[in-house]
Design a binder for this molecule. Sequence first.
Ligand SMILES: *Cc1c(COP(=O)(O)O)cnc(C)c1O
Length: 430
Amino acid sequence: MATDLTLALVNGDPLIKTKFKLYRSIGKEEIKAANKVLKSGNLSQFIGARGVDFLGGPMVKKFEKKWAKKFGVKHAISVNSNTSGLMAAIGSLNVEPGDEILLSPWTMSADVAAILNWNCIPVFVDINSLDFNLDPSKILDKVTDRTKAVLVTDIFGTPAQMGRIKAFLKDRPDIKIISDSAQAPWAYDIRQSLAGTNSDIGVYSLNYHKHIHTGEGGMIVTNDDYLAERMRMIRNHAESVVNANGPFNNMIGYNFRMGEIEAAIGIQQLKKLEPLVKRRQEIARLLYDGIISKHNYLQQVSFSGKFSSFYVFPIVYNDSITGVSRSLYVKALRAEGLDCVVEGYQNIHRLPGLVNKQAYGNNNFPWSLTENGKNIKYGKGTCPVAEDMHDNKFIYIAMCKYEFTDKEVQKTIDVFNKIDYNMDVLRKFK
Ligand SMILES: *Cc1c(COP(=O)(O)O)cnc(C)c1O
């Protein structure tokens, strides 16, 4: 039977008729582990007061120990989300209200929330169009005497250029680096260091749509004893400072604690991380060879099947080569049943709360605290590369959402080929 090459967009037969299998990492092992905790009746052992239970129950402790060992770090601190982890991380730095924290516009709103939570001011550094992470060469333009930290997101699972970021900051050792590695567990950079482990603090998400998960959850890593201690305080109410030794008399604590069931599930999930990322990299290699290297109007400059953990498979689309707008191109792909393709990403610097400088209340707090804060601008035009990518060029395949069997990978490639074959039709499409 010959394949119908008429575009589904113009009433042809869609190439994909069965929806792709959704990614699901929870199996027998997790069910067994969760049941065991349930039967024990001990669903959490955290106590706010100083003592052994200040650090949680047996599963929480075991999960953290295993994570620290696997990632080669001194401290792994479990939390109930990546967002909580970022809040603990920033709080551990002893920030002053009005301090500035640099970040990328291509991240999640959680990063902005974590910064504003401590009444610090988010300052955006535009992305670079190679790996879509914060552009190291633009950092110094944004650094002031109030800069306290850089929050570096390893977006799509591609590690940021940490070596270059550190090089640009070499004269400012007071500026700490936090990695938001929510999407990048087990991704590693050119020098073989795991994403999240080569900055002062790294944070991973264990939310259900990330690589591995515990439903909701997160993990913080650091090699710094002092920061680790402060983050453990913030995680668990910080009331135990009353009996603590050391400089912990200026802490606000929360309840960011992970439960025993989540931790027990996490221990099982952690075992699956490495093979899972390897498989994603294998899929990415197939997609790269089948799609990116075949069509000259598609690009993925940063491609290295080895380094990224491919939460997302990023693509830059060049409409000046095809003469077909990105939105029509993506519409044609999706009409074939390729639900995993999405156009654009995110421009966090355009959040209304930032543009209007009203995070909460109506008095422009915390921007009203400093001259820098009063002068800073957000919104359209302030991160031109991110905006151009989002508005015109960027496409992605939502890798993390689907299983991607070999057959589905081939189907994906076939759809891209079918659209390519029909580019003339699309050029005339009204
Ligand atoms: C998912 C995600 C978060 C938030 O993680 P939660 O665990 O849901 O709080 C933060 N940053 C990035 C880059 C993410 O992808």
